[in-house]
Design a binder for this molecule. Structure first.
Ligand code: ZN
Ligand code: ZN
Length: 138
């Protein structure tokens, strides 16, 4: 792995994201890190997160046009609740392989990764509604 300078800021950001499955936005990470490093700015948090994502220590995912970050570096997909906004990870090797196989046929671009977002209602939000709903797998 590339040599990375572990500044306090980066350590705090990584610490907050470790084991975090909520896919926080920069705003949310900033709010958390600010409690430890009161003088840190949002721009600094953002730059550091971009840096860490570039170095492959965290992953950036774009969901509905919003950048979110997570420590889960394994290829995986997302179940997104349209009501509470919760994002659940799930892994499906078949789905990843299938998407990549289809994408290969598209011209002009080398495909490196793929993740699919599924939208619906989570178990909590669906209430009496029997239409499409999902449960997190773990
Ligand atoms: Zn929900
Ligand atoms: Zn995820």
């Amino acid at each position: 792995m590339a040599q990375i300078k572990y500044t306090n800021q980066r350590v705090e950001i990584l610490d907050f994201l470790k084991g975090n499955t909520t896919h926080p936005t920069v705003e949310q990470v900033y709010e958390a890190v600010k409690k430890k490093l009161s003088r840190i700015s949002k721009a600094t948090v953002y730059q550091n997160m971009k840096f860490l994502a570039e170095k492959g220590l965290i992953q950036e995912v774009n969901i509905k046009g919003v950048s979110r970050f997570e420590p889960n570096l394994e290829p995986h997909h997302h179940l997104i609740c349209r009501k509470c906004g919760k994002i659940f990870d799930f892994e499906s090797k078949e789905l990843t392989e299938y998407s990549l196989r289809i994408a290969k046929k598209l011209k002009g671009m080398t495909i490196e990764a793929s993740n699919t977002n599924f939208y619906g209602l989570c178990k909590k939000c669906k209430g009496g509604n029997k239409s499409f709903a999902f449960e997190p797998q773990n």
